[in-house]
Design a protein around this ligand. Structure first.
Ligand code: 13P
Length: 257
């Protein structure tokens, strides 16, 4: 473990109406009030667009120590993009973190490296923090290409960006074969990839950026697997899908040691 803050993020994907979301926040708030997270740990929740405003209000009205996150945004400032949501719209809801380039968006919605780069730009323009997702398929891992794939995704998204902007980033390593499958990367694999990501960022943006950037692991994280992953030196948090849908479970993950 380092002195970087650990960030545990719940990516709800396409789950929870705004009614469910409000209940979730109330439950999580009660757990945190009874037993706060220790210093150096932070939480974010990433509801669907339709629940963002409700979750914002629920968090802010009770002063719940949880950051608001989004799952995606469009790269353009505004315009004729039916059905899309801009970074400015998110920023006005006090969104702090925006997931960018999730593998489901890359694979199911054809999001390219260029689009991911432009989305990182848009999120930074509005002073929010991107959670940039990278990760390899099973075929790429078996072919020994995992590190090369992640390097290529990082370079596409980050090359030429200011050192300060990279230092503030969160990078989420999410091996695609571990997402929603019940398979978790071993803590050894997670640590090796997190160290590789930090190394790659050092090449791209220098050592200050690489020692400040936070690297999360994501892929079938559970309250049982969280502690070992969080003990990895270069892993600074977790991006949790299925196990973040229940407040109790996300809370257990955030407390794991
Ligand atoms: P699961 O935790 O459901 O595997 O999802 C991981 C993920 O994709 C988080 O963004």
């Amino acid at each position: 473990m380092s002195d970087r803050e650990l960030l545990i993020s719940g990516n709800w994907k396409m789950n929870h109406t705004h009614f469910d979301a409000i209940q979730f926040v109330q439950t999580l708030a009660a757990l945190l009030r009874a037993n706060p997270l220790r210093a150096g740990r932070a939480l974010s929740v990433h509801p669907s667009f339709t629940a963002l405003r409700s979750v914002q209000t629920a968090l802010e009205s009770d002063g719940v120590p949880v950051s608001l996150g989004a799952q995606n945004c469009h790269e353009a400032e505004k315009g004729a993009f039916t059905g899309e949501v801009s970074a400015e719209m998110l920023a006005k809801l006090n969104v702090s973190y925006v997931i960018v380039g999730h593998s489901e968006r890359r694979q199911l919605f054809g999001e390219t490296d260029e689009a991911v780069r432009a989305k990182v730009d848009a999120v930074c323009r509005h002073s929010m923090t991107p959670i940039l997702c990278v990760g390899e398929t099973l075929e790429e891992r078996e072919a020994g290409q995992a590190h090369a794939k992640v390097s290529q995704q990082l370079e596409a998204a980050l090359k030429g960006r200011s050192r300060a902007a990279v230092a503030d980033l969160v990078v989420a390593y999410e091996p695609i074969w571990a997402i929603g499958t019940g398979l978790t990367a071993s803590s050894d694999d997670a640590e090796k990839m997190a160290a590789h990501i930090r190394n790659e960022i050092e090449q791209l943006s220098g050592s200050e950026a690489s020692s400040s950037v936070r690297v999360q692991y994501g892929g079938s994280v559970t309250p049982e697997s969280a502690g070992e992953l969080l003990r990895c030196q270069d892993v600074d948090g977790l991006l949790v899908g299925g196990a973040s849908l229940k407040a109790e479970s996300l809370y257990e993950i955030a407390r794991a040691r």
